[in-house]
Write a protein that binds this ligand. Structure first.
Ligand code: CTP
Length: 395
């Protein structure tokens, strides 16, 4: 029987959590309830124990439980952490890394999907820090079931009412399905810029930060895929479970990509590969007086272009960084490189794209159909890209 964890925090709507337990059980899930200390003021843990048939966890230092249950081992057993109802306080703790009770500590250890159903007064829900915390968690890949409008406990009408239990459970089941959707598949992702050296000190490069590629890698992993991340130099942490291959130049990137290509199902070229390199790389620093006033460049290999000639069933996804005629240029590149999907973005806009945590993209499929996204976190963009890729894998 698959196990899920239900985190319950202190909202008046806590009584609805009982129905959530029941509905997951009807779908044949074992439910481990975790309550915050304040939640136990509303309902006794005994009620959830009786319903779930499992001892409820509240305090990480409880003696009776410490031998049998630890936040790390439980995290490995579950296929979903659903937090419903979630207060502004627990959302704030998750978002900022506070770990001062079992639930907030547990959140930091889980690798499975996390679903949060907020419930609070309208003013609290729309309070700037709460919204910022929700956005931050979404950017980490956490999913939300938005609260509804209606009668609230504070005797007001407004937003903030816990979503219906059936909706929460339905979303939870969807997430569990997505978390296995690419099991057994291999995804190769390139990220970041390349550096083309003139000598040991000087190079040409570009503004890519690698964030888009790293978020794609995290999303691929969260869907159960094996992820190979071929990365140019970046300042960010790669997802721990990705197979990281660090490179500097376009030629090194090509070597790694070609070596992995036969064993992967999907290639996403999110890297901003330099189109030019210096013909020769000096092994010693060139003295200023020896530098020519005109320096020659030669072309680097078109990695993606070459892959399309060798393609044997792999899904090829390209990125087009454009400043004008975005869709036209992206569609042309897509045709030239025989791609299955092309993700185009406007790199002229300062608040998105290069070095930003956000992006706004147009995703073009092989029939020329375009899906335009809103400005959203790169993780959320990755989710949309992977939804599209899933429809193409194995076809
Ligand atoms: N790309 C590649 N090898 C290169 C250059 C680009 O594999 N030498 C890949 C990029 O990773 C991206 C796609 O090709 O997925 C499009 O990259 P882009 O630089 O926008 O296009 P180019 O073909 O280089 O065209 P241009 O620079 O003229 O816009």
């Amino acid at each position: 029987m698959t196990k899920i964890a239900l985190g319950v925090s202190s909202s008046i709507s806590i009584y609805k959590a009982c129905e959530i337990v029941r509905r997951f059980q009807e779908k044949k899930f074992k439910v481990q309830v975790i309550m915050t200390k304040n939640a136990t003021q509303f309902i006794s843990p005994l009620l959830f124990s009786a319903l779930s048939g499992q001892e409820v966890v509240v305090d990480p230092f409880e003696k009776a439980l410490s031998k049998t249950i630890a936040h790390v081992s439980l995290a490995q057993e579950i296929s979903l952490l659903c937090v419903a109802p979630a207060t502004a306080n627990i959302i704030g703790k998750f978002s900022s890394g506070v770990a001062d009770d079992f639930l907030s500590t547990f959140f930091q250890t889980v690798k499975c999907p996390v679903l949060i159903a907020p419930a609070m007064n309208e003013a609290m829900y729309f309070h700037h820090p709460t919204q910022t915390n929700i956005q931050r968690l979404k950017a980490m890949g956490v999913k939300f079931v938005e609260p509804e409008e209606g009668y609230l406990a504070c005797q007001e009408e407004g937003w903030g009412r816990l979503a219906a239990p059936e909706k929460i459970v339905e979303e939870g089941l969807k997430l569990i399905k997505i978390s296995k959707s690419l099991k057994g598949k291999s995804v190769l992702i390139t990220a970041g810029p390349t550096r083309e050296y003139l000598d040991p000190v000087r190079f040409v490069s570009n503004r890519s930060s690698g964030k888009m590629g790293y978020e794609l890698a995290a999303e691929g992993l969260s869907r159960g895929a094996e992820v190979i991340l071929v990365s140019g130099p970046t300042q960010i942490m790669p997802p721990v479970d990705a197979e990281l291959r660090k490179v500097q130049t376009a030629e090194e990137m090509e070597k790694e990509v070609q070596a992995c290509f036969p064993r992967v199902d999907v290639v996403i070229m999110a890297a901003a590969v330099s189109d030019f390199r210096f013909p020769n790389v000096s092994s010693q620093k060139i003295k200023k007086r020896e530098l020519k006033s005109v320096i020659e460049f030669v072309s680097t290999p078109d990695i993606l272009g070459k892959l399309s000639q060798k393609k044997a069933g792999q899904v090829l996804v390209g990125f087009a960084a454009e400043t004008d005629n975005i869709l036209k240029n992206a569609k042309e590149k897509m045709r030239e490189k025989h791609l299955d999907l092309m993700v185009a973005n406007d790199v002229k806009q300062r608040d998105i794209g290069f070095d930003s945590d956000y992006n706004r993209v147009s995703i073009i499929d092989s029939h020329g159909k375009v899906l335009k996204t809103e400005k959203m976190s790169k993780r959320e963009i990755s989710q949309i890209i992977f939804d599209k890729i899933e429809g193409l894998v194995g076809k």
